[in-house]
Structure formats: structure tokens, C-alpha cells
Design a protein around this ligand. Structure first.
Ligand code: NAD
Length: 477
């Protein structure tokens, strides 16, 4: 079987982790002092080597979860290249001290914000987009002038080994270091007083990371997951909604943090929508997706079993398979599946699915849907398909989510001008573009006095004149 296995995880030695960490702490001031030209050169070098390894990246992703090379190009190559280019184009501006105005009461002074590197940072990444979710934050961390230690996921082992090769070809270990390994390596890294931790993974592990960070008061960016709903209202273009939700649900075999987890469709459009999704499943993956190279696999047996159990649970509770539902555990295969008639307490409506199973729920009134969404954890993404401006604004204004697309799914990830991240259970902090740069920076406020200001008139001993002066200041400034 070619899909990833987690049988033989090699953990990093604690002594070696400590050695590298000490090296980074000693080197962080030098890296903090690097210029725009230095950082630009590093990102350019990384980009060049990354593109040199494009064939090997495609191969590693195929070995890990039978991901089609074109899908790798879109979600592991283009994404990283675009983030690097966007950073190269904007870094000069982001690094510049930002002048800010000063209140009149503080006349005779000037103020600015310096974006200084946090120092020595840790990036822990997941397996579902192993390259993108490691290299994108790495680009932000380098742009901000940090030394970086990386711990990738042990689950996609082919990708993890290749990333080590790329990192070691580009960087000196005192600047960017890489530790393969699993929970033990992660736990040992998390004991150290990093200046920032950028974690991408599940909310459960996110809580472990935040608790460990709290011991050192280390700041965190947590890019987590959850259940991202899609709403298709009665005015929506159903064929378009079916095409786009089918693409984003079955891309990467549904193993996407911002996949449309479940679909709410207006009851008047339910049958039309189901028929259209079936049409697109056939168009994308023929009648038998197991034979199509465009269709990936679940990453390992554990996750295959997890999703299989969700399906069994749903069917036991009355769920109706409308399409697919075919499983082959020897291949970690689950066919593109549509399921309806779900009981509210079924695992498919309670847990993040992270697989190619699309629950469809019909609704009568948009307020029912909003109430349901708001009764759950804040999603990483929320999507709405509609032609009605009023409905779109109503949904956006009455729900909360890390990000949203209107009349599309997941595509907001590719716009580096938008902040990417969750809210509460789906994450803390934002990534990509300037938001990634700022996540890895300390915004240091600097106030400089040029000539004496009004405060000089308010120094002790206090008297009536000074009282009048402060009264006037409160009233007018
Ligand atoms: P995970 O939380 O199991 O693992 C993520 C990383 O944490 C891995 O490197 C792993 O080795 C490490 N880890 C696992 N258990 C640990 C522990 N007990 N202590 C310390 N470290 C530990 O997540 P995953 O299965 O790799 O990825 C899937 C999850 O990630 C989903 O919930 C998905 O929604 C989420 N995700 C979020 C984003 C985002 O950008 N918000 C992107 C991709 C995936």
C-alpha cells in the first residue's frame, strides 16, 4: 500500500533539540538585525531550491496519499510560490518603521511602530498539506527576521523526509533547523521557552500546545480546524454551487481544514442540488473513482477507520446514502459520498469529517440554520451561495467564522491579502501575507520626545493652576 504509515516514527533526541535551541537563542539577535536585502535573498534561495524539487514533491505526495500531480501543483507548489512572491513584493513596505500620529497633548514628540522579529520560533505542521503548511509560515517567519525550528507531521513521512532535504540545502542549522518526529519530539520542543509558536493542527492538540506555551508565556498562533458549514439558499445558482462544493469537498480527498464540512440547502432546492452534485462527481471521477488518478486516498488506516465509523453510526441512526458509500480499507479508499437524513447526534454532524463524505441538510428558514451554526464552535470557514445581497449580508452579519467565501468554497485561502485563520475553537491569530509577517513580529511602539511637552507643567507639587490645566486638557484634548 502506498499511503502513509506511522509505524516507524523516529523521535529526535532531547539533547540535540536543546543544542539547536541554544544555538538559535545565541544567533537570534544577528538574524533580527538582517536587512531587507538579506531576508529577500533567503526567500529567493528557498524559492529556487523549492522549485528544483517540484518533481520530488509531486512524488512524495503521491506516495503519501496518492495525490494527483496537478493537485500537488495547485495546493503545494503554487500556494508556496505565490506566498514567496507576494512576500518578496511587499516585504520592503512591511519592514519599514510605521510613523503614527501623536495626540496634541503630547506635542513636541513623534511616534512610530517598529516591527521587530519575535526571536526564536517554533513551527509545528500537520500532514494534510505537508509542504504548504510548513513552508508558508516559514516564509513569514524568515521575512520577519526570526530563527526557526520546524516539526512536521510524522504521518506523511515521504513529504517529511523531503522537506528535511530542502531545508538543509537552503539554511544553516543555526538559522532554520528541522526535527522529524512525532508526539515525543513535539512535546520536548514545547517545553522550551520559544519566543513564538505557530501551530497548525487539530483543536485538541492546539489546547496542548497553548497549555505548554503558557508555562513560558510564549505567544501562539493556532491554525486549527472544525466543521465549516456551507449554506445554499433558494436564490442560489444550484449548478454552480454543486460544481464548486463538489470540487472543494473531494479535493485532497476531503482532508482540508476549510473543506465544506456539511451543506445546508433550502428545501425547495434539495433534490436539484443532490442531482447536480451526483452529476459533478461523475464528471470529475467517472462512475468508479477508485480507478481515477484524479481521486486521492485517506492518509492512513486510522483515519480510514475513523470515517468508516462515522458512516456506520450515521446509517444506524437513519442516514440515507444518496451516492457513493463504497469503502476499501486495503486501499484507504472511500468513494465520493453524499448522505442525507442525518440524526442531529450523529458523528457526521458532531465531529470534523476530514474526508470525502458530504452530509446534506435541508432547511426551511435561514434563521434555523443560523441558530444551529451559532450553537456550535466558531467555524474556520463559513460559505454562502446566494444571489440575494440581503441574504448574504444577513448570514455574514449574524454568524462568526475565521473566514468566508460568497458563492465559492475554500478559495479565500489563495488571496494573500486576506488574513487566514480561525476564531476561538478554530484558531487564534492570522497567517499569510502581512498577517503572517505580523504574527512573527513584535510591534514595538516607540515614542520620542523632541521638545518639552505639557507634562512638564503638571509635575508636582500640585496646585490650583495645575488643576485648571488638567481640567482644560481633559475637556479639549
Ligand atoms: P494534529 O493536531 O493531530 O497534528 C498536528 C501536529 O501536532 C503534528 O506535527 C503532530 O505530530 C503534532 N502532535 C500531535 N499530537 C501531539 C501532542 N499530543 N502533543 C504535541 N504535538 C502533537 O493534526 P493533523 O491530524 O496533522 O491535521 C489535521 C487537523 O489540522 C484538522 O483538525 C484540520 O482541520 C487542522 N488543520 C488546520 C489548518 C488551518 O490552517 N487552520 C490547516 C490544516 C489542518
Amino acid at each position: 500500500m502506498s499511503t502513509a504509515t506511522i509505524d516507524k516514527v523516529q523521535e529526535a533526541e532531547e539533547k540535540e533539540i536543546q543544542r539547536i535551541f541554544n544555538l538559535h537563542m545565541q544567533n537570534k539577535q544577528e538574524v533580527r538585525n538582517t536587512t531587507y536585502a538579506d531576508r529577500r535573498a533567503k526567500i529567493k534561495k528557498l524559492l529556487k531550491v523549492y522549485l528544483k524539487y517540484r518533481p520530488q514533491i509531486r512524488e512524495a505526495c503521491y506516495k503519501d496519499f496518492k495525490k494527483h500531480p496537478i493537485e500537488v501543483d495547485l495546493t503545494e507548489i503554487y500556494s508556496v510560490v505565490h506566498e514567496a512572491k507576494h512576500t518578496l513584493n511587499h516585504l520592503h513596505k512591511w519592514m519599514k518603521p510605521q510613523k503614527v500620529s501623536t495626540p496634541l497633548a503630547l506635542f513636541g514628540s513623534s511616534s512610530k511602530i517598529l516591527y521587530q522579529s519575535k526571536g526564536t520560533v517554533l513551527i509545528i505542521s500537520p500532514w494534510n498539506f505537508p509542504f504548504t503548511l510548513t513552508f508558508e509560515p516559514l516564509i513569514s517567519a524568515i521575512a520577519a527576521g526570526n530563527t526557526v525550528i520546524i516539526k512536521p507531521s510524522e504521518i506523511t513521512s515521504n513529504s517529511a523526509s523531503l522537506m528535511k532535504k530542502i531545508i538543509e540545502e537552503v539554511f544553516d542549522e543555526k538559522e532554520v533547523a528541522y526535527f522529524e518526529g512525532g508526539v515525543e519530539t513535539s512535546t520536548n520542543l514545547l517545553k522550551l521557552p520559544f519566543n513564538h509558536i505557530f501551530f497548525t493542527g487539530s483543536p485538541g492538540v492546539g489546547k496542548i500546545v497553548m497549555a505548554a506555551a503558557a508555562k513560558n508565556l510564549t505567544s501562539v498562533t493556532l491554525e486549527l480546524g472544525g466543521k465549516s458549514p456551507t449554506i445554499i439558499d433558494e436564490t442560489a445558482n444550484i449548478d454552480m454551487a454543486a460544481k464548486r462544493t463538489s470540487w472543494s469537498k473531494f479535493l485532497n480527498n476531503g482532508q482540508i481544514c476549510i473543506a465544506p464540512d456539511h451543506i445546508f440547502v433550502h428545501e425547495s432546492k434539495k433534490d436539484e442540488y443532490i442531482a447536480s452534485v451526483k452529476k459533478y462527481i461523475k464528471k470529475f471521477f467517472s462512475d468508479d473513482a477508485s480507478k481515477e488518478s484524479s481521486y486521492g486516498r485517506i492518509v492512513n488506516q486510522m483515519h480510514h477507520q475513523r470515517i468508516s465509523k462515522y458512516l456506520e453510526d450515521a446509517i444506524e441512526k437513519g442516514g440515507k446514502i444518496e451516492a457513493g458509500g463504497k469503502l476499501d480499507k486495503t486501499q484507504n479508499y472511500i468513494s465520493p459520498t453524499i448522505i442525507t437524513n442525518l440524526s442531529e447526534d450523529s458523528d457526521l454532524l458532531q465531529e470534523e469529517i476530514f474526508g470525502p463524505v458530504m452530509p446534506i441538510i435541508a432547511y426551511k428558514d435561514i434563521d434555523e440554520v443560523i441558530e444551529k451554526i451559532n450553537s456550535k464552535e466558531t467555524p474556520l470557514a463559513l460559505y454562502i451561495y446566494s444571489k440575494s445581497k440581503k441574504n448574504i449580508n444577513y448570514v455574514l452579519n449574524n454568524t462568526s467564522a475565521g473566514g468566508s467565501c460568497v458563492n465559492h468554497n475554500a478559495i479565500h485561502y489563495f488571496n494573500n491579502n486576506l488574513p487566514f485563520g480561525g476564531s476561538n475553537n478554530s484558531g487564534i491569530g492570522k497567517a499569510k501575507g502581512i498577517f503572517g509577517f505580523q504574527a512573527f513580529s513584535n510591534a514595538r511602539g516607540v515614542y520620542q520626545q523632541h521638545i518639552p511637552n505639557a507634562l512638564e507643567l503638571l509635575l508636582p507639587p500640585y496646585n490650583d493652576f495645575k488643576q485648571k490645566l488638567i481640567d482644560l486638557t481633559i475637556k479639549y484634548f
